[in-house]
Design a protein around this ligand. Structure first.
Ligand code: FAD
Length: 397
């Protein structure tokens, strides 16, 4: 009886294979990090080497070229990658979309897309946010009107990551207006998910100079009479709301894994520097409790965030109801974001002025750590979720 907190042999193998892959390319690490954090690109060679480990198929069934191991291996792989300073948002969003397709897509769509995801050949993006619909997805105004065997889509999205570096987007649209849904007594009705090509005629993209989510660029996208075949709908017309909430759980869990992995990277950099740097006499600054204790606290909080993240992945892989998975996925993302911010702050503080020098790299992680507090879901919306759904408190909005 009791819990087993040890990594399984299979899990250790995943961590070791990512570590080995990174070791083989050690001479490229600094330039890869510069590519990710200074130029907002994810290096092709790193994506290729990551995909060659087979990890992008780990969460997919064998019928689609995967190895059917659930979400946990990808979580461990992303955590390991992040512990070496590489965060892959492409992997997170592609996995979220692929898992959504697996659960709600037609067989034809699954056959068309998932084997390419498993090999790393296809990357996917997610387009939900609009100028007036971020935290509140029900405000989505992008409208898809059915005309025979296709939809005609008009509207716009903002802050969409990777429109230039992914092939397809999972797009959130309305097929019934919010007013009509409210008139029918169900405001959650009327959202529809569809898969669209990033180079579809009728889709225009405009670069947004955003900081935060590195290794990937953000775009505003505009749809003018963009045609989407009916067979590209994921789930049912008008029934997208539940699918969205269900799918976002995997994104939160993987984002939490990247954040806790990033803490490893920052603690490693901080402790190395603190052991070597001497300011007054022959004492390393790591012997000062003012430097050591914040790092020790960060380590404690990272372990807590990691346990929450693993528990959320366990709940996801056990197939627990989405609301139950959502509870743990939200706790994990919340805690992991907080500790990533602390780790970045303490890393900069430990390095003094050198904390701002690109040579020491820790400053790269400041924006990304802070972003985790806001996206993929804001801290406030997580607190709302926990208040309402876990604590059964009345909703204020
Ligand atoms: C770098 C980056 C990359 C992104 N990539 C993508 C992407 O690929 N695809 C995509 O769809 N989106 C993406 N986003 C969008 C991101 O998910 C949203 O920015 C985020 O969900 C918040 O939405 P918003 O910006 O509209 O904020 P708003 O919803 O306008 O919220 C503003 C503030 O008000 C608070 N607030 C709102 N309502 C409440 C309430 N009821 N109670 C308490 N507080 C509340 C929020 O928590 C927040 O602090 C990205 C954003 C960034 C910055």
């Amino acid at each position: 009886m009791g819990f087993d907190f040890a990594y399984t042999d299979e899990q250790k193998m995943v961590q070791e294979s990512i570590t080995r892959m990174l070791k083989r390319h050690e001479d490229k690490h600094v330039s890869w990090r510069q590519d990710i954090y200074k130029h907002h690109n994810f290096p092709d060679a790193l994506w290729q080497a990551f995909a060659e480990t087979g990890i992008m198929g780990s969460f997919l069934p064998e019928a689609y070229g995967g190895s059917d191991m659930g979400l946990m291996p990808l979580l461990l792989a992303l955590e390991t990658l992040s512990a070496h300073g590489f965060a892959s948002v492409h992997a997170v969003v592609t996995a979220m979309d692929a898992l959504c397709l697996l659960k709600h897509g037609s067989e034809e769509l699954k056959q068309r897309i998932l084997p390419k995801v498993a090999t790393g050949e296809m990357r996917l993006g997610y387009a939900h946010t609009e100028p007036d619909a971020g935290s509140n997805v029900f405000n989505t105004a992008t409208f898809a009107k059915r005309e025979g065997d296709h939809y005609v889509v008009n509207g716009q999205k903002v802050f969409i990551s990777g429109v230039d570096s992914t092939q397809k987007l999972l797009l959130v649209t309305r097929t019934t207006s919010l007013e009509d849904a409210i008139a029918q007594g169900n405001r959650t009705y009327g959202l529809t998910l569809m898969l669209v090509d990033c180079d579809s005629p009728g889709l225009e993209k405009q670069f947004l100079p955003l900081q935060g989510l590195e290794g990937i660029k953000q775009w505003a996208i505009f749809f003018e009479n963009m045609k989407v075949p009916v067979e590209n709908v994921v789930g049912t017309e008008n029934g997208g709301a539940q699918i969205i909430f269900d799918s976002l759980n995997s994104e939160r869990i993987l984002a939490a894994g990247i954040a806790t992995g990033m803490v490893d990277f920052l603690l490693d950099r901080s402790t190395r520097y603190a052991r070597e740097r001497k300011v007054f006499g022959n004492r390393a600054i790591g012997s000062y409790q003012a430097i050591a204790h914040p790092l020790a606290e960060t380590k404690i909080e990272q372990e807590a965030a990691r346990l929450l993240t693993y528990r959320a992945a366990w709940a996801f892989d056990k197939g627990l109801p989405p609301a139950e998975v959502g509870h743990f996925a939200n706790l994990a993302k919340f805690k992991a974001a907080d500790v990533a911010i602390k780790a970045a702050d303490h890393a900069i503080e430990t390095h003094g002025g050198y904390g701002f020098s690109e040579e020491y790299e820790v400053i790269y992680y400041w924006n990304t750590a802070r972003l985790f507090k806001t996206a993929p879901i804001t801290r406030e919306m997580i607190l709302n979720f926990i208040s309402e759904h876990s604590l059964k408190l009345p909703r204020s909005y």
